[in-house]
Design a protein around this ligand. Structure first.
Ligand code: URA
Length: 204
C-alpha cells in the first residue's frame, strides 16, 4: 500500500477513537472521510448526519446521493476524489457545529490535507468555506476559485441546502460544471516551480 494510504488509514484509526470534544460521547461512529489518498480534488462538507454517523462514511444520505450525481455530471466518481468534513462526529439532532468543536477537530482535517496534498479544495457550505474565507458571504463568493497558499479553493453551496431550494440546485449544478476547467488551471499552477529557478552562474 502506498505511503499516503497508510498514513490516512492510521489517521482514521485515531479519529475513530478521538475524545477531543463532547461529540465523542454522543456519536455512533466518527466519520473520517473516504476516497483516493492522492486525489487532486478534496471536497469538504460540514459534518456527519444521521446516516453518516450510522455507517461511518461521509455523504451517504440524500445530500450524498445528490453529491454523487454532481460528481457524475463532471465524469467523476467518489473513488476519484476525497470526501470529508470539517467535523468528524455528528452533532446531536444535526445542529450546527460549535466553534469549540470545529477547533477541536481542525488538526484532523489539517493532517488529512497534508497527507493528500490536493490541487483543488472544494468547500461545501459555509462551515468549510469559513476555514478559508472567514466572514465572507457564500452567496457572493460561491463558484469563484481563489489561491490560498499553494492550493486552489472553490466555495460551493452545500448539496443539502440545494436539495431544498430549486434555485440553489441549479446554481450548484452550474458551479460544478466549472470545476474541470478550474482543476486544469490549478494543475498548471502547481506544475510551475514555486521558487524562481536559480540563475545559472556562468563559469568564466
Ligand atoms: N452533510 C455533510 O456536510 N457531510 C456529510 O458527510 C453528510 C451530510
Amino acid at each position: 500500500m502506498e505511503e499516503q494510504a497508510i498514513a490516512l488509514r492510521e489517521l482514521a484509526g485515531q479519529i475513530a477513537v478521538c475524545p477531543r470534544c463532547d461529540l465523542s460521547k454522543t456519536r455512533t461512529h466518527a466519520v473520517p472521510g473516504e476516497g483516493s489518498p492522492n486525489a487532486d480534488i478534496v471536497f469538504i462538507g460540514e459534518g456527519p448526519g444521521f446516516y453518516e454517523d450510522q455507517q461511518a462514511r461521509p455523504f451517504v444520505g440524500p445530500a450524498g446521493k445528490f453529491l454523487d450525481e454532481l460528481l457524475a455530471s463532471i465524469g467523476l466518481r467518489r473513488e476519484n476524489v476525497y470526501i470529508c468534513n470539517v467535523i468528524k462526529c455528528r452533532p446531536p439532532n444535526n445542529r450546527d457545529p460549535l466553534p469549540g468543536e470545529i477547533s477541536a477537530c481542525k488538526p484532523w482535517l489539517d493532517r488529512q490535507l497534508e497527507i493528500i496534498k490536493p490541487r483543488l479544495i472544494v468547500t461545501l457550505g459555509r462551515f468549510s468555506m469559513n476555514r478559508y474565507f472567514p466572514g465572507q458571504s457564500i452567496g457572493r463568493i460561491r463558484g469563484q476559485a481563489k489561491r490560498v497558499d499553494d492550493v486552489t479553493v472553490v466555495p460551493l453551496y452545500h448539496p443539502a441546502a440545494a436539495l431544498h431550494q430549486a434555485s440553489l440546485r441549479r446554481t450548484i449544478e452550474q458551479d460544478f460544471l466549472k470545476l474541470p476547467a478550474i482543476l486544469a488551471e490549478a494543475l498548471k499552477k502547481n506544475d510551475q516551480p514555486r521558487e524562481p529557478e536559480p540563475v545559472q552562474m556562468q563559469l568564466l
